[in-house]
Design a protein around this ligand. Structure first.
Ligand code: S3P
Length: 450
């Protein structure tokens, strides 16, 4: 099934050198948060560089449904007239978050401590994903949730009328869960404390501080302890969204495996909680250089140059790094196929509950393309064949998962035979200009012949 009803089969074929500048779109995580915090603040938040992907557009629609005025000024510039903490209105209809786990989980948190009721749904992928990881901690505030078996969407949330502050240790490494609890804590009197044993992306904490919330982060023996004082008046901000490192991963990895390539990706966010892929690639021997390191809007940013790297070696990726590159394992597994030796990825159980079971989706596609993959519940291992030696010539199911579709399109640029995905339409959730951007670099990617 496709994201929009009609599947869009796509094919990638061996390509000449990839050259030029790849201006990838705005960061998905930061774009969701900018819209949601803008909606919860007082005054007008201006956002530049917003990602115009389906996931973020669904969140923009949702914020309107909760009463914020969200205006698209064109070219990625948006404004949000907020309703203030606790000011959400009850939506008249069902909130459809499409494919977006981040969208639905953060919005559930944001409305969970206001005495209103909202019903959430999404596409077939999102309706298969677990929501209990968010509704369990929200219940501690007094929020009620009724969904399908296994805590699946569609689901109705009744916000707590008189929310109690919460102290919660996040049981899985998940920035979505952490953020949902923090957003709920905004409208609870007193201090909400969230503890994470492993650090996950910290955009919510950074942005809450930027909007004027009283929030502190302390590293203790228990882990990262985040303390938020409830009922602040959030002040509208100007937010420049950096380019998404998770989207940059695709042209960067393509450049590493396509002979003769030299690609520059300007202005990407390099928040250390997101940059694990680049460390891993450098350890594998990738020719990657960071230029012009700077800070923009509270986030570290740099230009990244990637060149063809024929001598990469497989490595063991430490489990402690998993959270900082959780969305990048699909494309890393593609690079691993073109390296020599084994790439071992441990501590990655969360990959099984993403837009698809990403270990299974990648393992099946890689095997169909002639690559040996071993897997267990929370690990997988790719045996590399070396540059130029990967057969390819397979058709792979993208399973309503944008990153699976893009990973196999990158792979097909350097395999002996073409790679095809049954449906590239999910790519628009996070990287709507993927096709034209890659083609402009010299990639042979396009719709499959009828
Ligand atoms: C995200 C957190 C991660 C990530 C997702 C975006 C976020 O999910 O996979 O693409 O913006 O908070 P988890 O919180 O489930 O790890």
């Amino acid at each position: 099934m496709s994201a929009h009803g009609t599947p869009v089969p796509m094919t990638a074929r061996a390509s000449g050198p990839l050259k030029g500048e790849a201006c990838v779109p705005g960061d998905k995580s930061i774009s969701h948060r900018a819209l949601i915090l803008g909606a919860l603040s007082v005054g007008e938040t201006r956002i530049t560089g917003l990602l115009l992907g389906d996931d973020v557009l669904d969140t923009a629609r949702a914020m309107r449904a909760f009463g914020a005025t969200v205006t698209d000024h064109g070219g990625g510039t948006w404004s949000v007239q907020g309703v203030g903490v606790g000011g959400f209105a009850e939506p008249a209809g069902v909130i459809d978050c499409g494919n977006s786990g981040t969208g639905v989980r953060l919005i559930m948190g944001a409305m969970a401590t206001t005495g209103i009721t909202a019903t959430f749904t999404g596409d077939a992928s999102l309706c298969g994903r677990p929501m209990g990881r968010v509704t369990d901690p929200l219940a501690l505030f007094g929020t009620r949730a009724v969904g399908r078996a296994g805590g699946r969407l569609p689901m109705t949330i009744r916000g707590a009328d008189d929310p109690l502050p919460v102290r919660y240790t996040v049981p899985v490494p998940s920035a979505q869960v952490k953020s949902a609890v923090l957003l709920a804590g905004l409208n609870a009197h007193g201090e909400t404390v969230v503890i994470e044993r492993e650090a996950t992306r910290d955009h919510t904490e950074r942005m809450l501080a930027g909007f004027g919330a009283d929030i502190s982060v302390e590293q203790t023996d228990e882990g990262r302890v985040i303390t938020l004082r409830g009922r602040p008046e959030l002040q509208a901000q100007s937010i420049a969204v950096p380019r998404d490192p998770s989207s940059a991963a695709f042209p960067v990895c393509a450049a590493l495996i396509v002979p003769g390539s030299d690609v520059l990706v300007p202005g990407i966010g390099l928040n250390p909680t997101r940059a694990g892929l680049f460390t891993t690639l450098q350890e594998m021997g990738a020719d990657l250089r960071f230029e012009n390191m700077r800070e923009e809007g509270g986030e570290p940013v740099a230009d990244l140059r990637a060149r063809y790297s024929p001598d990469m070696q497989g490595i063991s990726v430490p489990p402690a790094r998993a959270a900082s590159m959780i969305d990048e394992y699909p494309v890393l597994s593609v690079v691993a196929a073109f390296a020599s030796g084994v790439t071992d990825m441990q501590g990655v159980k969360e990959l099984r509950v993403k837009e698809s079971d990403r270990i299974d989706a990648m393992a099946q596609g890689l095997r169909a393309a002639g690559v040996t993959v071993d897997e267990g519940d929370d690990w997988w291992r790719v045996t590399g064949l070396g540059s130029g030696n990967v057969p390819g010539g397979a058709t792979v199911a993208s399973r309503l998962d944008h990153r699976i579709a893009m990973a196999f399109m990158v792979m097909g640029l350097a395999t002996q035979g073409p790679m095809q995905v049954d449906d590239g339409s999910p790519i628009t959730t996070s990287f709507p200009i993927f096709g034209p951007l890659m083609t402009a670099l010299g990639a042979n990617i396009g719709p499959s012949p009828a």
